[in-house]
Design a protein around this ligand. Structure first.
Ligand code: GDP
Ligand code: MG
Length: 377
């Protein structure tokens, strides 16, 4: 007869799980050589805390994703969000923050420019009651390291502008290095613009309640490896973010860009008309047809490059986009003529009719193309 099987009441030593305390969000775009040093530095800096790393990668082509996968193979505290068809530092950080259950989240660049050694102090400041703790390059003790003079000056101008507009008392609202209570992010997210690089500024300006800010100074380091993604677009994106915040989102940044492109497109149209009609001796109809076609092509290409730089169409999709954009503009032109005639019949003032038509045409083109041509992926 078999003896009854006796199971030990506690077959395994209980594993003591401490709750997750902090998620560190790391946006990456071609940062392959920086990932390992950064993780090692974070491990050192955050030893003793329950933390996880969340990389948010926007389609790096230098093997960054593979490098993260390799490093994460034996760990449960490293995650990777691979975004597809989207770009943008702000939205990458926001999405990383939305992907964690940790009560406190941090944002840090992957290129080692932010001094991870102050992360514990930033974290502690939030644990001690601050809504957000910012790593600042200007407060006492902080410095901009090896920045050249013109960059320091530009950064100062942008900082003053930001402070005036958001009315937040942060000495470095352009910082990309901060630790924040997740609740504060969740409350602000519905109002955030997500344009461009300046996620901290966006967060501060979008928060329904003013945030209690703590600051910890640090010395900004030089980039470890790879190249900066800061391009000529950054200044423009910054201005758009400010407009967005001043108008409380009433005027979408994209629409401003779209209208600006349209205005330049009109100049292209007129210049081409002049050249073909007066220069090359085309008939008016032929010259205007060619000029309109050229300005549609111009508007499409520039909007695709600038206005929708985060959803840029390429290859076959570019051609398809041009086709739908032409269709949208065609319908817009018909509406424009119709509306201006209607208004003209009513008011008998030619330019009011013309303006009314142009306004309706422009808004139609913007709305319809955002839906048909540059539909969100
Ligand atoms: N996911 C994502 N990360 C980005 C993007 N642009 C920049 N980054 C990352 O954001 C951080 C700061 O960018 P960087 O080029 O160093 O900006 P700079 O320090 O102002 O020159 C780095 O970790 C970049 O890899 C983007 O469009 N998407
Ligand atoms: Mg950098």
């Amino acid at each position: 007869m078999n003896a009854p099987l006796r199971l030990p009441t506690r077959p395994f030593a209980p594993v003591e799980l401490r709750p997750l305390a902090l998620a560190v969000i790391i946006p990456t775009l071609n940062e392959c050589d920086n990932v390992a040093p950064l993780l090692a530095a974070l491990d050192r800096a955050l030893a003793g805390r329950e933390w996880e790393a969340i990389f948010v990668d926007d389609g790096s082509t230098d093997g960054t994703q593979g490098e993260i996968e390799t490093l994460a193979r034996h760990r449960r505290d490293i995650r990777l969000i691979r975004r597809h068809g989207r770009r943008g530092l702000s939205t990458a950080i926001i999405e990383g923050m939305m992907a964690t259950t940790a009560p406190v989240v941090a944002a840090i660049d992957a290129d080692m420019q932010h001094d991870e050694a102050i992360l514990p102090r930033l974290h502690d400041a939030v644990l001690a009651g601050a809504d957000i703790a910012v790593g600042t390059r200007y407060a006492n003790g902080g410095s901009t390291g090896e920045w050249d003079k013109s960059r320091v000056r530009k950064s100062e101008i942008a900082t003053r502008l930001a402070a005036a507009i958001t009315q937040t008392r942060v000495s470095d609202p352009m910082s990309g290095f901060f630790v924040v209570r997740r609740e504060a992010v969740l409350a602000a997210v519905p109002h955030m613009s997500g344009v461009g690089f300046k996620v901290l500024l966006d967060l501060l300006a979008s928060s329904p309640q003013p945030l209690a800010v703590a600051e910890v100074p640090y010395t900004f380091r030089s980039r470890q490896a790879g190249a900066s993604k800061l391009d000529s677009m950054v200044a423009l994106e910054y201005l758009l973010l400010l407009v967005d915040k001043i108008t409380h989102g009433a005027v979408p940044a994209r629409m401003i860009l779209f209208l600006a492109v349209g205005a330049v497109g009109l100049i292209v149209n007129l210049a081409a008309l002049d050249m073909l009609l007066n220069g090359a001796g085309f008939t008016f109809r032929a010259a205007q047809t060619a000029a309109v076609a050229l300005s549609i092509l111009f508007n499409f290409a520039l909007n695709n490059w600038l206005t929708y730089n985060d959803r840029r169409l390429r290859g076959l999709a570019w051609l398809r986009g041009l086709a739908t954009f032409t269709l949208v503009c065609g319908i817009g032109a018909i509406a424009q003529v119709g509306i201006s005639e209607m208004v003209y019949d009513e008011r008998r003032i030619w330019w009011i009719g013309g303006l009314a038509g142009a306004a309706v045409g422009a808004v139609w083109n913007y709305a319809a193309s955002s839906f048909l041509t540059w539909r969100r992926a």
